[in-house]
Design a protein around this ligand. Structure first.
Ligand code: HEC
Ligand code: HEC
Length: 491
């Protein structure tokens, strides 16, 4: 009897401990048709809103395993026999939901998904896609978030490298040299003289191929026909685009090669109601963030936009054709993104910043950039766009337009007719402001000269011309402007 009591108590203890540590993952069904249907805002051209593949088609795709990766060294720095040793390694799948017990386990596994390179190439590929001035570590290890800087082993004896991980675009190098996952990416997308020169001498057949792939990425026949698109993408325009590309900005598919968006910071995204500068993705739940990852890793190019399907059969963003993430991988990825914290802000809340806060209030900035998130989480119509009445019932929409460039909202495949009000939190560790990343600093964003017709942007943007719109805070005295910027940098 005593013994039984003891066993009972012990059992109870086990139950209590388990529930103390126990984390019950609530894994959403990512490709639930009803949820997918509601997830995206309709396009400005309503009848072209994307229709994605059905749930049964989606779940028939094979799950892409996430393999262990290995560091890559600067030439000559690898330990003796490293490559031979790598070639002896068996492929190892590192994402295994059965092993995940605590929330921390799930978050750590989500980091693996974040760093997973879905588009894999045989060696040698390093440095071809992305040039970076970033130094290797003391041991000579190359920064591994940079595409092409890690070995992937999917098959014993075959070393590969990959691109297109979330981390490749969404990792920032901080002034002290540390890497900040989730922040606006800074892999240096600027192209050097040699690359620009190569494009200047591009062969007609190579140009033809680049036009075809640009059409898959950016084509929107309701905006311009394929012929018009090809004509516009002349060799001169391609040279301009290549030369104008810069840190913090990249033309994701569905946006625009000529008007690419800046890369948003994912730190704090948990509290944001709309994803993308055009607010294309509604963010109502963790499932929506997962849906965003799915569509943006290529599934959107297989959607039907009316009678237009940019890419048939396979996503062009994965080497393992006909594959997808598992719902567990996506859940882990989203948990990881939600867990990202901002770095400690080094900027003091001093008298100047306090004065700036008053300027912020006086200027009415808080009406849109409402504390504590410094966004009201609303959409603003692009210049000239009439807000459809039904969206006023389902979405948060302001009547005023801020008057910025309309290309992404009205003339791109993800064009919803809107721009969202971005959060100003963390502007101190961002660059490339405005949804197109037109100016590189806050000083330039609040420079009244920028809206003048003969303005030449100071950053990298290659074309002279005004940076239009969002004229808030442009009429300040130099002291107030300085104070406002000091305040913004404390957020
Ligand atoms: C090639 C670079 C690139 C890669 C790879 C990439 N992103 Fe992005 N991401 C962008 C750009 C550019 C935008 C902004 C698009 C826009 O505004 O239209 C963006 C936007 C987002 C947003 C919307 C955030 C907001 O506040 O609007 C989320 C969330 C996101 N990415 C998550 C991911 C995840 C998760 C992955 C990996 C599965 C990923 N991204 C891979 C470049 C990239
Ligand atoms: C009517 C709403 C509204 C008001 C008022 C407003 N903003 Fe904005 N703000 C926006 C929108 C919308 C954008 C994005 C515009 C775009 O990129 O097309 C933006 C962008 C910005 C950006 C660039 C952020 C980034 O990530 O690129 C900064 C900085 C900014 N606002 C600061 C301010 C300040 C300071 C004030 C007051 C002087 C102010 N805003 C007033 C709506 C507003």
């Amino acid at each position: 009897m005593i013994r039984m009591k003891f066993e009972l108590a012990a059992g109870l203890l086990v139950v209590l401990t388990a529930s103390g540590q126990g984390f019950k993952p609530e894994i959403p069904k990512v490709w639930d048709e009803e949820a997918v249907e509601r997830f995206e805002l309709p396009l400005a051209q309503r009848d072209r809103s994307p229709k994605h593949m059905s749930s049964s088609e989606y779940y028939a795709l094979k799950v892409r395993p996430i393999y262990k990766t290995y560091p890559m060294y600067e030439a000559g720095k690898e330990p003796a026999g490293y490559l031979d040793w790598l070639k002896q390694q068996e492929p190892e799948v590192v994402f295994d939901p059965a092993k995940l017990k605590t929330k921390e386990d799930w978050i750590a596994a989500g980091k693996l998904v974040f760093e997973h390179e879905p588009l894999v190439f045989p060696l040698p590929m390093n440095g071809v896609f992305f040039k970076t001035p970033l130094p290797a570590s003391k041991e000579g290890v190359l920064p591994d978030f940079i595409p092409g800087n890690r070995y992937i082993i999917r098959k014993k004896g075959v070393l590969e490298v990959g691109i297109n991980s979330c981390s490749g675009c969404h990792t920032r190098v901080m002034p002290d040299g540390s890497y900040l996952a989730g922040a606006q990416g800074v892999v240096d997308f600027r192209n050097d003289e040699a690359t620009i020169e190569r494009v200047k001498n591009i062969k007609p057949e190579v140009l033809a191929r680049r036009r075809e792939s640009a059409w898959v990425l950016f084509g929107a026949p309701w905006v311009e026909s394929k012929e018009q698109f090809f004509e516009r993408l002349s060799k001169e325009e391609l040279v301009r685009q290549v030369a104008a590309s810069h840190s913090g900005v990249i033309a994701r598919q569905g946006t625009s090669g000529s008007h690419p968006p800046h890369i948003p910071s994912l730190i704090g995204v948990k509290n944001h109601k709309y994803l993308d500068s055009t607010g294309f993705g509604r963010h109502r739940s963790i499932g929506d963030l997962a849906r965003y990852a799915v569509t943006n890793q290529g599934l959107d190019t297989m959607a039907h936009y009316g009678d237009f399907q940019p890419s048939v059969n396979e996503t062009p963003f994965s080497s393992e054709k006909g594959t997808r993430y598992s719902d567990e991988q996506l859940y882990a990825l989203a948990l990881y993104i939600y867990s990202l914290e901002p770095p400690k802000n080094p900027n003091p809340v001093d008298d100047l910043a306090k004065r700036g806060q008053k300027v912020f209030s006086r200027q009415g900035c808080a009406g849109c950039h409402t504390p504590p998130l410094y966004t009201n989480n609303k959409l603003t119509p692009a210049k000239g766009f009439t807000v459809p009445a039904d969206l006023r019932k389902t979405d948060e929409i302001l009547d005023v337009s801020v008057g910025t460039d309309t290309t992404l909202a009205l003339k791109a495949r993800r064009g919803t007719g809107f721009y969202k009000v971005p959060s100003l939190r963390g502007v101190w560790y961002r660059n490339a402001f405005g949804h197109g990343g037109w100016v590189d600093t806050l000083e330039e964003w609040f420079d009244p000269e920028r809206v003048k017709s003969d303005y030449v942007p100071k950053g990298y943007w290659m074309q002279p011309g005004p940076v239009e719109g969002h004229e808030f805070g442009l009429k300040l005295s130099p002291e107030d402007r300085k104070a406002l910027i000091a305040f913004l940098k404390t957020l």
